[in-house]
Design a protein around this ligand. Sequence first.
Ligand code: CU
Length: 69
Amino acid sequence: MEQITLEAPDISCEHCIMSIEKAISKLEGVRCLSGDPAGRVVTLEYDPTVMDLSTIEGTLEEEGYPVRK
Ligand SMILES: [Cu+2]
């Protein structure tokens, strides 16, 4: 499993983290480890053999939280 922390500047509160967790939970091979509304980051774990980072980033963007590269 790969672990990655993604920064999404549009995260503003715990509800944003929950929205992201919900969207991520629908994807195969990835799960949320933690979210930090103050730091505007989410830390994820994913299996690179079934999931790629661009799909995860696309899902966050669709949810309204584009990832800062
Ligand atoms: Cu929020």
